[in-house]
Design a binder for this molecule. Structure first.
Ligand SMILES: [Zn+2]
Length: 156
């Protein structure tokens, strides 16, 4: 699959696929980068601190499937020094929710709203609960429903 095609399928504003990291029978890992550099939004205070990029790294997040394959995006993230408290903060990216894209999290949320715990059972979600999936591995039946996605969505 061409990188431009994947970029179009992903349709993430101002991000493009720069290269394919891994393409197996069931998973696709691609590296993204911004098309035009935008200032980093501080995850601590929500402001932009110009000229204060401390370091760069990336986060791996799961997105919706493409061509039946689980899709993992390697997204660059900058760390900035927050002028409010002096702490090093990872930038906030508005289409991410922890280790997932927001649309992936919303899809899981939608599916769980349709399927009750009794209907789903643990087996249905077993494949998603592997440690490599980034989820906590807790069975849905053991997680009390409080109207939010009951697994770790902690930002890095
Ligand atoms: Zn800040």
């Amino acid at each position: 699959m061409q990188l431009n095609t994947i970029t179009e399928l992903l349709n993430i504003p101002n991000y493009k696929v720069t290269h394919m990291i891994r393409n197996t029978s069931d998973r696709l890992h691609v590296m993204l980068d911004q098309m035009e550099a935008t200032p980093a939004v501080c995850s601590g205070c929500g402001n932009i601190h110009h000229d204060s990029v401390h370091s760069r790294g990336f986060i791996v997040v799961e997105d919706l499937r493409i061509s039946g394959k689980r899709e993992f995006l390697h997204v660059p993230k900058r760390r900035t020094c927050c002028i409010e408290d002096g702490a090093i903060r990872v930038e906030e990216i508005d289409w991410l929710s922890g280790r997932f894209t927001k649309r992936f999290a919303e899809e899981v949320y939608r599916l769980t709203a349709i399927t009750t715990n009794q209907e789903a059972g643990c087996g249905t979600w077993a494949s998603m609960m592997k440690p490599s999936s980034g989820l906590t591995g807790r069975c849905w039946k053991t997680v009390p429903w409080r109207g939010s996605i009951p697994f770790s969505l902690r930002p890095i």
